[in-house]
Design a protein around this ligand. Structure first.
Ligand SMILES: [Zn+2]
Length: 263
């Protein structure tokens, strides 16, 4: 069974990449243009597998187009470069809303009181194999200068976290010493972030990362790819750990050129 999956994926990766999709990458995915050429080829192979295996569903009246599928797949697969991957095995479908959407929530406070209602969301990495995204928010990535907002990277980082047990202390790295170092660095940086957010200090990291270790990892992933030089300058240890984890060094890539307009 595993062999069949591996050979099917191999076949998919080696199919010609549609020129129309290549144009979407060049015109709509700023990070793609920063990638080293060999990484672009690897990424395109991953996109072919990802799009063959994942279902996309439009919600709130949104019609799914190749532009939407390719843009999401490219950024999701950027996190998978240079490693053995099972292509987010826990994920089967991606639901895309035109904009922020309302979702029900239930919260339990320290006194045991449950509050419920609805809140506005730009994305969520849900259970039961579904990931939800707002298309308006996806389009905000890479257009805010030094900002690091990228909802696709954020939600797929949650997928990797759940898969690899990064922030729940499940062993991930095979060598204990490496794993310990990684956890110590992430914990120290998380504590630092909570202190900085408490003091109101402006950081290259989105203050939302102070919510929990899982949000911190997702926010740090956004900054690692969207503002790598800023992250490296202000959080060198964190940058180096993420560079080891993602097996990439985006601070050496040419600066992302903002891409205007659509075609
Ligand atoms: Zn999150």
């Amino acid at each position: 069974m595993l062999f069949i999956t591996a050979s099917r994926r191999n076949r998919l990766r080696n199919q010609p990449f549609p020129p129309a999709w290549e144009r979407i990458l060049e015109q709509e995915v700023p990070l793609y243009n920063s990638l080293p050429l060999t990484d672009r080829e690897e990424l395109k192979g991953h996109i072919l597998v990802f799009l063959a295996e994942k279902q996309f569903e439009g919600a709130g009246g949104l019609v799914i187009t190749d532009g939407i599928r390719v843009k999401i797949a490219a950024q999701a697969c950027l996190l998978l470069l240079h490693r053995e991957t099972d292509y987010y095995p826990g994920l089967s479908s991606i639901v895309v809303y035109p904009d922020e959407y309302l979702a029900p929530f239930e919260e339990l406070d320290e006194t045991g009181v449950v509050t419920s209602g609805t809140d506005r969301r730009s994305g969520e990495s849900g259970e039961q194999g579904t990931l939800v995204l707002s298309w308006a928010d996806i389009q905000m990535a890479g257009v805010d200068g030094d900002g690091a907002y990228n909802v696709v990277l954020h939600e797929f980082a949650h997928q990797l976290d759940a898969e690899d047990g990064i922030t729940d202390e499940t062993p991930f790295f095979p060598r204990r010493a490496v794993r310990k170092h990684w956890q110590r660095t992430l914990e120290a940086e998380y504590v630092r972030m909570k202190e900085e957010v408490g003091r109101g200090t402006v950081s290259v990291l989105d203050p939302y990362g102070a919510e929990s270790p899982a949000e911190f990892f997702a926010v740090a992933t956004e900054a690692f790819f969207e503002n790598p030089r800023g992250l490296k300058e202000h959080h060198l240890a964190l940058y180096e750990e993420l560079s080891r984890y993602y097996r990439q060094d985006p601070a050496t890539w040419p600066a992302t050129i903002s891409i205007g307009g659509t075609s």
